[in-house]
Design a binder for this molecule. Structure first.
Ligand SMILES: [Zn+2]
Length: 177
């Protein structure tokens, strides 16, 4: 907790630019240029990865970047009400959720997974059932999340792009969709 409080004090002291942008966006509202749907993994922070500032990215993060009703509704809001023109669904290397789904498929027990976490792993396991490699599974999982978003009438027209982030090199690879 102390670390969080100190971090906020550092943020407040950091730069007048932040204060100016906070003021502008609180008065004029937000106009994020893209939506990023990605994993909650602490090594995958979109604002760092894309050198984005306050008000620029509308971010949805879940373990394994899975998309259900709440996530899809969040993206609908960003596209329909805030005018975001692009949705990027980004998986990443060494994803723990995808790894757990691969293990589940290979028969290793996840009997002790809590119910809600188990639902995430099951969703991914179904999406990657034809994949044998981690890289293939991460891609298939991204494509599944894109398909989940496309279930929404509101998201039929918006541009949705898949990507994979390499947690070691920092490089984002755009997938052919
Ligand atoms: Zn992950």
């Amino acid at each position: 907790m102390e670390k969080l409080i100190e971090g906020n004090l550092d943020y407040l002291a950091a730069d007048d630019v932040y204060a100016q942008v906070r003021h502008d966006t609180s008065v004029n509202g937000q106009r994020p240029y893209a939506v990023v749907v990605t994993c909650s993994d602490s090594r995958v922070p979109p604002e760092h990865i894309f050198s984005a500032g306050l008000g620029e990215l509308f971010v949805v993060r879940t373990a394994g970047n899975v998309v259900g009703d709440y996530e899809r509704g969040t993206v609908e809001y960003a596209v329909g009400h805030l005018g975001a023109k692009l949705v990027l669904v980004m998986g990443h290397s060494h994803c723990g959720a995808v790894g757990a789904a691969l293990e589940l498929r290979s028969g290793e027990s996840h009997a002790h997974a809590p119910k809600s976490l188990g639902a995430i792993v099951s969703e991914i396991a179904e999406a990657i059932k034809h994949e044998d490699t981690e890289a293939g599974a991460v891609q298939a999982n991204v494509r599944n999340s894109i398909a989940r978003l496309r279930e929404s009438e509101e998201l039929r027209e918006v541009r949705i792009v898949g990507a994979i982030y390499d947690i070691e090199t920092g490089k984002v690879k755009i997938l052919d969709t």
